[in-house]
Every structure is written in structure tokens, then in C-alpha cells.
Ligand binder design. Structure first.
Ligand SMILES: [Ca+2]
Length: 332
């Protein structure tokens, strides 16, 4: 009898230990595209014997395979660092999943369901600068969990008024429509000589403020950029009603002008299928209006605004790119 109790106690302790282990869930500490065309980063709380990486190019199945035809990639056991060579692949985006090593990757839905963590990475225009982005196949729509509808006795719901303009940025302060984006991400990674100031008052097209961006290439960062994000740290989310509906808004428009450092900058917006609407802007001391078309096939705008520059772009005033952005909005 006593022996049974001891075994029961040991089982309970083992269960508790297992639960404690599960709380240290593996995740990406960081993931980015390195200037030499590799998907790199760091996994935390990972065990390479149990956890693996899968890469999908342009959100298309099957997973990207290495020279030995193996889909799974690993990371260093002690540091968690990984580096996946995708050079030569002409694509717009890649999705990186951290999954159990025994995951069934014959269905991407299963990979999505089982993944511990995911990162969406922008590959162009650095890998294929002049190529017209080829839209990948439409990803499987993720079923939305619809809340159980309360029975309603009002037959006609009030229609939501559709505004002619959907502002992303107007002025940082006291504007109802200011700052629709929730966060921003530096590319390829923070610390690459990139800066963003949403409260810049030195130049403004409207009101008091604009956004100031700058990029100073360094030895380790030959290119850089910034993308506005709908959710903190999330590069691929459907903003729903909080984003511009591509069925309504046909253009992303904004004003842009150079600052102390002039040069070229590529600006783009990106749809849910990974295709981009992009333009290269030659910065001057004057405000320019830019209009990027919202593609008709998009079901949502994944990246509402982004820019990238490389070390050859800043040219006229020595080593630095600097520009100002104002009145970023979507229009009909
Ligand atoms: Ca303004």
C-alpha cells in the first residue's frame, strides 16, 4: 500500500515537472534576412533534438528544401543561432516556422497549427531588385473563429460609413486619424543604423509633425529599412476593420521629401499574397506626392507602408539617407 502511494507521488511529481518544462515554450528571439541573402536569427528555449525550422517561400507549399532535399533546418544547441541559405531564390517573402521535429509538413495548415512560433520575412527588393513581383498562389484562408451570433430582432444592421480616406499618419498628436499602424519593424534587424521619429517637427507637410526616417549604412548592415506593422512584432496579420479594405481603397498615397542626406529610397506596400506595389523615389528638397496602387486581388494589406535602401542609395550628401513622410493614407 505504501509502495503504491510512493509511485503515485512520483507520478504526480513527474507530471508537475513536465508542466514546468512546457512553460518554457520555444520561440524566435529574432529572425531576419541578412544582407548576403540568408534567413538568420536565434531560437530561445529550443532543443534541436525536438524542435526544427521550416521555411515556406512566398507562402507556397511545399517547404523549401536544402541541397540534400531535406525540409527541416536546425539551430545551434547552445546559442540557438541559425542561418538558412536561400540565395538565388527570387521571391518576395518567406515564412519561417518553429515546429516540433515530428510535424507532418504535407499540409501547411498542420504546420501552422502545430508551430510554436512564426516569422514573416520580406525578401525583395533586395534579392531581386528590378523584378516584377510575381504573386504567389493564394494562401489557404485561415478559418476565422466567428463568435456565436446573438439572436437579433433588428433585421437591418446600421451600415458602417465608408470614409473616402483612411489615414495611417497625419500628425502624431491630437488627430483622430493619426497613427493607425500599431508598431514598426526595422529591417534586416534593429541596430542597423536605422532611426525613426514619429514626432518629428523639423519638416511637416500638414499640421505640426511628420515622420523622420534615416539610414546610415555600416560595415555589418549594407541595407536597411522600416515596415509599419498592424500588431507589435507581427509581420503578417489581417488588420480586419482596423486596416484599409482593398475592396474600397485603390491607392496608398503619401508625401515624401529629403532631408540632410539625399538619395534613392524604395517604398512599397504589400498584400496578403506577398506581392508588392513598389516605387523608387529620388529624394529632393521638395515634397513629392507618391501613389502606390492597392492590387485588386489582395484580401488585406499586410504591410501598410515600408521602405528599404542599400548602401549605394544614399549618394549626394555623404553616407546617410534621411527623409520625411507625411499624410500617409489610403484613398478611393
Ligand atoms: Ca503632418
Amino acid at each position: 500500500m505504501k509502495r503504491t502511494a510512493t509511485i503515485a507521488l512520483a507520478l504526480i511529481l513527474a507530471l508537475l515537472a513536465a508542466t514546468a518544462c512546457e512553460s518554457a515554450r520555444p520561440s524566435f528571439l529574432e529572425a531576419f534576412v541578412s544582407p548576403d541573402g540568408k534567413i538568420a536569427g536565434t531560437v530561445q528555449n529550443g532543443d534541436p533534438a525536438k524542435h526544427k525550422l521550416l521555411v515556406y517561400i512566398n507562402d507556397a507549399e511545399p517547404p523549401y528544401r536544402d541541397a540534400n532535399n531535406a525540409p527541416f533546418r536546425s539551430f545551434d544547441e547552445s546559442s540557438g543561432i541559425f542561418s538558412i541559405d536561400i540565395q538565388g531564390i527570387s521571391a518576395n517573402s518567406a515564412a519561417l516556422y518553429l515546429v516540433p521535429g515530428n510535424v507532418d509538413f504535407s499540409s501547411i495548415k498542420n504546420v501552422v497549427d502545430k508551430s510554436y512560433d512564426k516569422r514573416s520575412l520580406v525578401l525583395t527588393p533586395m534579392l531581386a531588385p528590378e523584378a516584377t513581383p510575381e504573386p504567389g498562389p493564394m494562401p489557404e484562408p485561415t478559418p476565422t473563429q466567428e463568435p456565436a451570433a446573438e439572436p437579433t430582432f433588428e433585421p437591418t444592421p446600421e451600415p458602417t460609413p465608408e470614409l473616402d480616406e483612411f489615414y495611417m499618419f497625419e500628425d502624431d498628436s491630437d488627430s483622430l486619424s493619426a497613427n493607425r499602424h500599431m508598431d514598426y519593424g526595422y529591417m534586416p534587424t534593429a541596430g542597423g543604423g536605422i532611426a525613426m521619429d514619429e514626432n518629428n517637427a523639423s519638416y511637416a507637410y500638414s499640421g505640426e509633425e511628420s515622420i523622420r526616417f534615416s539610414f546610415t549604412p555600416t560595415n555589418t548592415h549594407s541595407w536597411g529599412g522600416v515596415a509599419l506593422l498592424w500588431m507589435p512584432g507581427e509581420w503578417d496579420v489581417d488588420p480586419g476593420e482596423n486596416g484599409p479594405d482593398p475592396a474600397i481603397y485603390r491607392w496608398c498615397t503619401f508625401k515624401i521629401r529629403g532631408g540632410e542626406g539625399l538619395g534613392d529610397v524604395k517604398v512599397y506596400i504589400e498584400g496578403d499574397d506577398g506581392s508588392q506595389s513598389l516605387e523608387t523615389i529620388i529624394l529632393t528638397d521638395e515634397w513629392q506626392e507618391v501613389r502606390l496602387p492597392v492590387e485588386a486581388g489582395w484580401s488585406y494589406v499586410k504591410t501598410p507602408f515600408a521602405w528599404v535602401a542599400n548602401q549605394n542609395d544614399p549618394d549626394e550628401r555623404g553616407g546617410m539617407l534621411e527623409f520625411y513622410l507625411d499624410d500617409l493614407k489610403y484613398t478611393r
